[in-house]
Design a protein around this ligand. Structure first.
Ligand code: ADP
Ligand code: MG
Length: 697
């Protein structure tokens, strides 16, 4: 039975089929249910009038009242603008129009009391407002006591008079009709425990806030609900999967014992040991493992992966490791081969550039089981790659692999899904991880190997270049190698490439006695590789590069990372780059070179880098600065299309929502208890296509 909320908006007063179609096309809103959930994206604060003397360019939209003293038109042709000098008892401000001048100037009157609403901007000492809203002062708007909702619309809609105010009217109609249909969607237990206002009340005040306090309560309630249902869904799918999918049981650890006894190159850190135990628990549980392994660059994830592989290989099954690039796959292969050879294990590498003959041999070796460990790129996903018995798939730097690709790996074993270990060095703020990977178990290596010296990070203005070169000379004299990195925002950007080449030349001039490498994205892969190898072999002392070196390369003797135009890099990238040094025993340095001129955000990024080496702290600042939509890897995932919650601000609500969702599922996995009736009804009312439910895999 179609519910009230499925009613089309076309039958509303003032809407009709054409406007309804336009709203559907522009905003994806079709029904009463949709329109009720079209929450305002901000509110105009009409609760107070500011004295003009106190208005400054840093303020958001403000409301003032007063009179126009003088009106003039300044400039010619395209620079022409209308300026109204507007004053109250405290001071004056300029109201400016660039468009619609004849119409506006006819409307504005001297000596009339007006209410003005707009965004102040500062120009030198003067403050003005461009294209403000102007209303004649009336007893109504003089009360200054409401928060006006502002809704997203589009230019096309505005042309048809469907602006924010019109939408507000439509929503009001629906809300009045919906009075008897809106049902509480959270159990009473929860609304009491968290002091949440009821659903109907919340919906009303989100659209038509009575005051600031009610608005806050409404927002809190709706955010909680949104996050609660996402977490409930994620946790439910996790338990479903665990119940449904059997995994191979791996508990023989003789190979592991041999490795520990004879070949372990260093003492494992406490965090590594803990994580290995967590993974071991999964592998012998009989359930299929799906685990995210987080650990900052250099925390030693590779050896953890290898040790887990030994559990699998020791029991006669096979392990695969997939990396996003050929360079990374190559490094993993080299690293793992060293260990594997000592244990006489069969190990191979498969990438896009593997030769046909080699491929055939590998395909055969995987089928007959003589290859125990395979390291590769996407090439591993091809259907022709079949295993005798794939027991574990390790995915490195996961955010470059989609969920669909993960699933293709699963299909490589017909009898059991392989255990899956996803490794990432990109620290993901907890709130994001809970939402993006809420259906995975998470292990964290939160400790660096002993003896590592923390990287010292310094900020230098470009004017300090001579000092920088002096420092580089000292370090080279000590036997160290140095990276100098330039931003390359677009691989095709000629200007960036010129920066790089100029930089390269100035380095060569400053270091006439040293060998200098250069690597950038425009070079052929084999030339790139050749230069990389020269640097790895210590034949060159300085590597001038673009961000192509960002991921993975491991040159322990390189102890200085100079980042040019550091203000142009994002935090995640700066942190990744810094992670290229600090891999050996020597004191390492990261030097951030910037212009004097920097935006507020750039300065915050640089300060954060200088202040901390902690990837998670950096990720949190990154989230604050950019918002969740821009954090890499999250764009495609629909989980971030939130209606009202904001993962960068609502971490506390999220944590609480996740905890109660988990408690509820533990207590009542199928939501059958009467006190969870509201939850079940709400889930059933959510459409399959709803963003937050449909797209989470
Ligand atoms: P990441 O987590 O960034 O992938 P790696 O696995 O590449 O880190 O490890 C970084 C370096 O630290 C490697 O040279 C590795 O051999 C070394 N390493 C890993 N674990 C330890 C440890 N427990 N003690 C000393 N060195 C370690
Ligand atoms: Mg790594």
């Amino acid at each position: 039975m179609p519910s009230f909320f499925d009613t089309s908006i076309e039958f509303l007063k003032g809407v009709g089929p054409q406007k309804a179609a336009l709203i559907g096309k522009e905003l994806g809103l079709f029904t009463y249910g949709d329109i009720i959930q079209h929450y305002p994206f901000r509110y105009e604060d009409r609760t107070q009038f500011h004295p003009i003397a106190e208005v400054n360019g840093d303020m958001p939209f403000v409301q003032i009242k007063g009179r126009i003293r003088r009106i003039e038109t300044i400039g010619e042709m395209r620079k022409k603008r209308l300026v109204a000098h507007f004053a109250d008892e405290s001071g004056t401000i300029e109201l400016i129009w660039f468009k619609g001048i004849p119409w506006v100037s006819k409307k504005l009157k001297l000596g009339v009391d007006y209410v003005i609403f707009g965004k102040p901007s500062a120009f030198g000492k003067k403050v003005n407002m461009a294209h403000p809203e102007v209303e004649v002062l009336t007893t109504q708007n003089d009360q200054a006591s409401f928060l006006q909702p502002v809704y997203h619309t589009s230019e096309k809609m505005k042309a048809r008079y469907l602006d924010s105010k019109a939408l507000s009217k439509i929503i009001r109609q629906v809300m009045l009709l919906a009075e008897n249909y809106i049902q509480e969607s959270l159990p009473e237990k929860l609304t009491q425990q968290f002091a949440l206002i009821d659903k109907k009340f919340a919906l009303w005040h989100i659209h038509f806030p009575g005051n600031n306090e009610l608005l806050k309560k409404a927002q809190h309630r709706l955010k909680f609900e949104e996050l609660f249902y996402i977490q409930l869904k994620l946790l439910k799918s996790k338990t479903n999967r665990i119940d449904k999918f059997r995994g191979q049981v791996f508990k023989d650890s003789s190979l592991l014992t041999e490795f520990y006894r004879d070949h372990l190159p260093f003492e494992l850190t406490g965090a590594q040991k803990r994580v290995i135990r967590e993974i071991y628990q999964d592998m012998k549980s009989g359930k299929q493992m799906n685990r995210l392994l987080q650990g900052d660059v250099g925390s030693g994830k590779t050896i953890v992966a290898f040790i887990c592989m030994l559990l699998v290989v020791g029991a006669g099954a096979q392990a695969a490791m997939m990396a996003p690039t050929e360079i990374l796959a190559g490094q993993h292969y080299d690293g793992l081969k060293e260990h594997a050879d000592k244990l006489n294990l069969g190990i191979a590498r498969l990438t896009g550039s593997s030769k046909t003959k080699e491929r055939r041999a590998i395909h055969a070796g995987l089928l007959d089981g003589s290859i125990h460990i395979i390291v590769g790129t996407h090439a591993l996903l091809e259907d022709i790659v079949q295993f005798k018995n794939l027991g574990l798939a390790v995915i490195d730097e996961q955010h470059r692999f989609g969920v669909a690709q993960r699933a293709r790996l699963w299909a490589k074993n017909k009898n059991f899904y392989p255990h899956v270990l996803v490794m990432t060095a990109t620290p993901i703020p907890r709130t994001l991880a809970m939402t993006l990977y809420g259906d995975l178990d998470v292990s964290m290596i939160d400790e660096l190997p002993a003896g590592r010296k923390a990287i010292k990070t310094l900020h230098q203005y470009d004017s300090g270049r001579l000092r920088l070169f002096g420092f580089m000379k000292e370090q080279i004299a000590l036997g160290r190698q140095i990276y100098v990195v330039y931003p390359l925002i677009e691989e095709s950007d000629k200007l960036d490439l010129k920066d790089l080449m100029d930089g390269f030349e100035s380095v060569i001039r400053a270091f006439p006695d040293q060998h200098v490498s250069i690597v950038h994205g425009k070079m052929k892969p084999q030339d790139k590789d050749f230069e990389m190898q020269r640097f790895v072999r210590h034949e060159t002392h300085i590597m001038v590069a673009t961000t192509v070196i960002e991921v993975g390369v491991n040159v322990p003797n390189a102890s200085v990372m100079v980042i040019e135009n550091a203000e142009r890099f994002g935090l995640a990238q700066l942190h990744q780059l810094r992670g290229r040094v600090g891999r050996g025993a020597e004191q390492s340095y990261c030097i951030l070179m910037t212009d004097y001129k920097m935006s507020k955000d750039s300065r915050k990024r640089i300060d954060t880098m200088v202040r901390t080496n902690n990837g998670f702290e950096i990720a949190d600042v990154d989230l604050q600065l950019r918002g969740p939509g821009d954090i890499s890897g999250t764009q495609q995932s629909g989980v971030l299309d939130l209606l009202i919650a904001d993962l960068s601000k609502d971490s506390q609500i999220l944590q609480a929502a996740r905890n109660v969702a988990s408690d509820i599922l533990e207590d009542d996995p199928n939501l059958e208890k009467p006190e969870h009736r509201n939850i079940l009804r709400h889930i059933q009312s959510l459409k399959q296509t709803a963003v937050n439910w449909g797209r989470i895999s």
